[in-house]
Write a protein that binds this ligand. Structure first.
Ligand code: ADP
Length: 503
């Protein structure tokens, strides 16, 4: 269809089919209004934008659907238009939809002169644009927060090696501020002879596409601002956007890693030392427990023998004296051992109100460090509402650690390896169960399980479970083992909890 008339359409509604079609089909809002702001026509897109039916809109003025804060500016612009100060203007303004939501829009207004002038406004919804901008801003902020949190230094260079971005960790690592290095050749971060060779590497890559470091990662030497050098792990990624090619380098300072590895070793050694000391003390207690009874028996037998001797008239007095001395010595040994037990029992225990779940989580995490836990699925079935228990945290964790380690060791050659630690409360007690899918206990081991020096392991001491028992019993609880349905063993122990309101 051709448009025969070039007459302005001001002053009448576009009765021409083509205009009407264009007008209605436009994917942009269009409206007409009188100089006083009364709307006289609007296309479907505009109606949809502001959420009114066409006829509803026709009884309103532009001001009625403009955000109150933008009305004054709108009026000022219309006045300029009517006075001929401009032939059109563009503003960003806010419309208020029928449902009250506010829409940002860009409005291009022009004046159609004629017998009665009209303002025609083309209205573009800015929401998609703002949304895209916000999304972009958000993802940039997210990326920045990630990069800021990464301990590695990040350096972005362009194709020729000029530094574009130098992250805060890079500043800390190399001793340069970003302002000092941005725009400079990245080779200032390298010692000779790499410094001189780097441009050549870049050029060769540009020409041949041969990769020597991109996507591979290498240990190289870096140079700080003060000239000192350090070993670093460098991984480089490449990004191509349009014609521009950029390289992003992530740098990790290996001196730092070596230092922290040494520190971890040291900490581990300290921890082992503390654990040993604890075990020794506990072993002392276990031994004392075991030795006390035979010693008491020896004292009794000796005293009985001495009494028997007294009834034999010709018995030499010296034998009786020797027996008396032996009994006194055995009694003394018993006292030493009792004192040792008291010392160990009293020595380092410190009971506080503790959250069982937290105890379990920590102990499980500690126990799972190391090779034994490879391939093991761990299930912690904790209840958030467990009451607090009054225990020595370190001792109870030692029990947990022991039970979990035993469970892991038992599953060493099992196909199914599931470790379950469960906690539940009933009858004033919290029960913790450590279950494994190992081979279970042999009848022989099961009989003497909590006795010291019972072990089936080549390097086992067999004191773990006896220590567990003395700790749990000292806390007023019980410990036992039972076969697990479906194979494996359940080890369970209880510790009492104080009822609320009781001392
Ligand atoms: P150790 O681990 O040094 O042998 P313990 O007193 O902790 O000392 O354990 C004693 C023995 O009990 C172990 O050698 C092992 O035979 C058996 N045992 C302990 N826990 C388990 C378990 N979860 N499954 C099978 N056997 C176990």
């Amino acid at each position: 269809m051709t448009l025969k008339s070039k007459e302005p359409i001001a002053g009448r509604k576009p009765s021409d089919d083509a205009y009407r079609l264009l007008f209605e089909a436009a994917a942009i809002g269009i409206n007409w209004s009188e100089p006083d702001g009364r709307l006289i026509e609007a296309n479907q897109h505009f109606c949809a934008l502001v959420g009114y039916e066409h006829d509803e809109l026709m009884s309103r003025r532009v001001e009625d659907i403009t955000h109150p804060d933008d009305v004054a500016e709108d009026r000022r612009q219309i006045a300029r238009l009517l006075s001929g100060a401009c032939s059109s203007y563009i503003v960003e303004k806010r419309y208020v939809r029928k449902d009250g939501t506010v829409i940002p829009a860009r409005t291009t207004s022009s004046l159609m002169r004629g017998r009665s002038p009209r303002r025609i406004a083309v209205v573009e919804d800015l929401r998609p644009q703002l949304k895209a901008m916000n999304a972009q801003r958000e993802s940039a902020a997210r990326l920045k927060s990630i990069l800021d949190a990464v301990p590695d230094a990040m350096i972005v260079i362009d194709e020729r090696g000029a530094i574009e971005t130098f992250s805060p960790s890079a500043e800390a690592m190399f001793g340069f501020s970003a302002a000092e290095v941005v725009g400079q050749n990245v080779n200032i971060l390298m010692p000779s002879p790499y410094r001189e060779q780097h441009d050549g590497y870049l050029e060769r890559y540009r020409k041949t596409g041969e990769r020597h470091i991109i996507g591979i990662g290498r240990v190289v030497t870096g140079q700080r601002k003060d000239g000192t050098t350090f070993p670093m792990e460098l991984s480089v990624g490449e990004a191509i956007a349009g014609d521009a090619r950029r390289f992003t380098g992530f740098v990790r300072d290996l001196t730092e890693r070596e230092r922290s590895e040494r520190r971890i070793d040291q900490l581990q050694a300290e921890l082992m030392h503390v654990a040993r000391l604890g075990e020794l003390g506990q072993m002392g207690a276990a031994l004392a427990h075991e030795l006390n009874q035979p010693l008491a028996a020896i004292v009794n037998y000796l005293l009985a023998a001495r009494r028997l001797l007294q009834s034999v008239p010709e018995a030499p007095a010296r034998i009786g004296e020797a027996m008396e001395k032996a009994a006194a010595q055995a009694d003394r040994a018993g006292q030493v051992i009792r004192r040792l037990r008291e010392f160990v029992a009293r020595g380092e225990t410190e009971r506080r109100e503790e959250n069982v779940n937290a105890l379990i989580e920590e102990a499980a995490a500690l126990a799972l460090v190391g090779a034994k836990s490879a391939g093991v699925t761990t299930r912690l079935m904790l209840r958030p509402d467990l009451p607090l228990v009054l225990v020595d945290k370190v001792q109870i964790q030692q029990v947990l650690l022991n039970l979990i380690r035993n469970a892991l060791e038992a599953m060493d050659s099992s196909d199914e390896r599931v470790l379950t630690v469960e906690a539940a409360a009933a009858d004033g007690m919290v029960t913790v169960t450590v279950a494994d899918t190992g081979p279970g206990l042999s009848a022989e081991v099961a009989q003497n399980l909590f006795q010291p020096f019972v072990t089936t392991k080549a390097r086992g001491m067999g004191v773990g479970l006896s220590i567990c028992r003395s700790i749990i019993e000292a806390h007023g609880g019980r410990i036992w083992a039972s076969p697990r349905t479906g194979g494996g063993t359940n080890f369970a122990f209880t510790v009492p909890f104080e009822l609320r309101g009781q001392p």
